[in-house]
Design a protein around this ligand. Sequence first.
Ligand code: SAM
Length: 223
Amino acid sequence: MNRLSPEAIQSYSGQRRKMVEEQLVERGVRDLRVLEAMSRVPRHLFAQDSLRHRAYGDAPLPIGENQTISQPYIVGAMTEALGLTGEERVLEIGTGSGYQTAIVAELARQVFTIERLNNLSRQAQKILEGLSYMNIVFKMFDGTYGWPDQAPFDAILITASAKEIPESLIKQLGEGGRLVAPAGDKEKQKLIVLTKKDGRISRQELGDCKFVPLIGKYGWQDK
Ligand code: SAM
């Protein structure tokens, strides 16, 4: 395993604190566990070398293959909306850089994460192994199918957008669970929270957002 040095992890801690204060707390993210996790996880290690100096800025960043690492506020707001307590098994669709996977791994028992692009998944695995996360299981596949063998999940996070949240994924949400995902057209979406209670799904909208497309059988078609 390729362990990262404590210096590599600790550097940028001032910028990280500032990011949490100015981008998360000031915009209403209140869950202390989420704020602490985002103060700890070294976001710069998930950015491309040439973009490390922008890792704590208030914006998404390119990670290659036309994909992005989401803006810190969006990661905080989505993670808070999952309402994690530490006991959950979480399904994440869209590993991307692995940054949000790390945040969720800090806050839940186990994370099952799926990425359709092999290079991104491999790169994320390398970084997360270097940070010694032991509670993450990776898969390279079309995540719109979910992970039926491991369902039901206590929480599901989709970090790419479809027109509608795929029914295949809603079905894999356990009783009392929450699913957080963007949904809408390719240009603009709403962040949606679905909650399953007594077998029924309720829906809440958190606000506007813009994500890369969820490409697959139950998402947008690959061109
Ligand atoms: N949360 C990630 C991070 O912190 O870096 C950002 C994820 S990025 C906005 C969305 C990711 O979803 C991309 O890496 C993209 O390749 C992936 N994706 C899109 N469609 C997918 C699918 N059907 N299954 C799995 N991953 C998918």
